[in-house]
Design a protein around this ligand. Structure first.
Ligand code: F6P
Length: 361
């Protein structure tokens, strides 16, 4: 191993820079390797101008910074890239250009920091003969084979903090406050921040909800003297017998569908059914921004070092992961076979219900 590449793919999240720093330090200090930073995710492999050497100077001071110094995109896939030809969008395979660029820059292996989508592309690269190791990233925490992904903890802190703030204004105005959080098809952010933030109702994609149940819970609280309620709705939550709210895609511009709008729906329906004042807060990309938590800085750094060790040992096709308190590794293949969803009859859901939180069922 003489020169390694590193890229960040998919949506950004807090802790990416900690991983980049960990990889750069692990590769240079003690091993004497060179590191090439590949900009804008897999797009950077298509253009040599988007590849630049990373030194220890480049990673100085980036540990507390959100985002990624390398840039990212959640659209590009060199194996099926959307290009415009004669006014029409076509899908083309640009892998030959990717392989040629990797060869020209003498890159021996690549660290791919990404979620399920990026790790799938990473495996395709691996199948084309490029040695790869993966690092599990996403605020959604929906990757299998790791207890937790980095970025999730910071997103949870942001969501919990927002719930604390909504409480006081909800109480003052006797309102039902609905907060919509991210998470795609998984309800982890909604469930954990809802428990931590003292929500009264939590709606997650794993448990299709019944509007009447939500109203019953709020009404019961009203009868007990609490004239306000807090509802946390995961963006992927949907009513029983109904569908998810999709804002855009999937199409040539959006590789995956963009969810959003369930908070607005719940607020409107509940407001009308109960004749109560309701408001919606869509937390959105605030959950992806800002300085990483202590937990994510540490986890990201540990994942970065593990990625370098995996490369050194020739353990290609593996992903760093957290099991209990230990950093280990698993084949990427196992981590991407399906999404890690909340168990609708598991301990955390039961805990929420025993705390008196309604899940709309
Ligand atoms: O996967 C991370 C995530 O933030 C999801 O929670 C959300 O659905 C999606 O990305 C939003 O993507 P975009 O940044 O394209 O709006």
């Amino acid at each position: 191993m003489k020169r390694i590449g590193i890229l960040t793919g998919g949506g950004d999240c807090p802790g990416l820079n900690a991983v980049i720093r960990g990889v750069v330090k692990g590769a240079i200090i003690g091993r004497g390797w060179e590191v090439v930073g590949i900009e804008d995710g897999f797009d950077g492999l298509l253009d040599q101008k988007k590849m630049r050497g990373l030194t220890l100077d480049d990673v100085r001071g980036i540990l507390p910074r959100g985002g990624t110094i390398l840039g990212t995109t959640n659209r590009g896939n060199p194996f099926s890239s959307a290009v415009e030809r004669n006014g029409r969008i076509e899908t083309v395979d640009l892998s030959a250009r990717v392989l040629a660029n990797i060869k020209k820059r003498c890159i021996d292996a690549i660290v791919v920091i990404g979620g399920e989508g990026s790790l799938k592309i990473a495996l395709e690269l691996m199948n084309h003969g490029i040695p790869i190791v993966g690092v599990p990233k996403t605020i959604d925490n929906d990757l299998l084979e790791t207890d937790v992904t980095f970025g999730y903890n910071t997103a949870l802190e942001t969501a919990t903090d927002a719930l604390d703030k909504l409480h006081s204004t909800a109480e003052s105005h006797h309102r039902v406050m609905v907060m919509e959080v991210m998470g795609r098809y998984a309800g982890w952010i909604a469930l954990e921040s809802g428990i931590a933030g003292g929500a009264d109702v939590i709606l997650i994609p794993e448990i299709p909800f019944d509007l009447q149940r939500i109203c019953d819970a709020i009404e019961q609280r009203r009868r007990r003297g609490s004239r306000f309620s807090i509802v946390v709705a995961a963006e992927g939550a949907f009513p029983r017998g109904g569908g998810r709210r999709v804002k855009a895609g999937p199409d040539a511009r959006h590789a995956v569908e963009r969810l959003g709008g369930i908070g607005e729906f719940v607020a409107k329906e509940v407001g009308e059914l109960l004749d109560m004042d309701t408001r919606v807060t869509v937390l959105g990309h605030l959950q992806r921004g800002g300085s990483p938590s202590t937990f994510d800085r540490c986890l990201g750094s540990r994942f970065g070092i593990k990625a370098v060790e995996l490369l050194e040992d020739g353990n290609f096709g593996q992903m760093a992961c957290l099991k209990g308190r230990e950093i280990r590794s698993v084949p990427i293949e196992r981590a991407i076979r399906k999404l890690k969803l909340v168990n609708a009859s598991g301990e955390m859901v039961t805990c929420a219900e025993e705390l008196g939180i309604a899940l709309g069922r």
